[in-house]
Write a protein that binds this ligand. Structure first.
Ligand SMILES: [Zn+2]
Length: 212
């Protein structure tokens, strides 16, 4: 009996348990369709933050702050410093409008929470080649080092199932960041969402949406 079996039993018994910090309304889907440039997601791409949960610097809010700041070699720099570095011909990242992912999943005060990022249908900044056709979900944690907790997997599966149903996404289109390289025929550059995150096993237990 695997951990996944345990969480799937819990899932079957409890149904959808997602606790949205900012409640996501599915009527947003209609608004999304009206949005210029909005796209229908065909893929779900799963990431990890590569940092332990309950690390304030690299939790969801920390990642959000990082993505919306000037960045140089993985550190936040002031705008003044950024211009100084650019003047020296250094590679500096300018602030993004929002965190690169559509959702984050994090344990906060003992509860696993689903946190909103970019709008669904808005081009993300999380997986090259997939940003304009996917929903990016980031699990806070380092799953190169540890297996994701039952609680996180349960909530992630619930979220994936809801999104699959809403957008007719088949389960073989629920992939890890590392799988995007394979799909694009490129060398795999990342282990994301972690070597201890078994995507095949996770995917097996998702809804198999039949697309026509
Ligand atoms: Zn990733």
């Amino acid at each position: 009996m695997s951990l996944l079996d345990d969480f799937l039993r819990a899932f079957a018994e409890n149904g959808f348990l997602i606790r949205f910090k900012r409640y996501f309304s599915w009527t947003g889907y209609e608004q999304w369709k009206m949005k210029i440039g909005g796209f229908k997601p065909q893929w779900i791409v799963i990431h990890h933050s590569w940092s332990p949960d309950n690390n304030m610097l690299r939790d969801w809010d920390g990642i959000k702050k990082f993505h919306t700041s000037w960045r140089y070699q993985g550190d936040i720099v002031t705008e003044q410093k950024a211009h100084e570095l650019m003047g020296q011909g250094k590679m500096v990242l300018s602030p993004w409008n929002d965190v690169g992912y559509q959702f984050g999943i994090e344990e906060i005060n003992g509860h696993v929470e689903v946190l909103n990022g970019r709008d669904i249908g808005e081009v993300g900044a999380h997986a090259v080649g997939f940003n304009d056709k996917s929903i990016g979900i980031c699990l806070i944690g380092n799953y190169d080092k540890e297996v994701p907790s039952n609680g996180k997997l349960l909530i992630l599966a619930s979220l994936c199932r809801q999104l699959q149903r809403e957008f007719d996404i088949p389960r073989d289109h629920v992939i890890g960041h590392r799988d995007t390289f394979v799909a694009l025929g490129k060398a795999v550059e990342k282990t994301c969402p972690g070597v201890k995150f078994d995507m095949d096993l996770f995917r097996e237990r998702l809804t198999d949406i039949k697309t026509t």
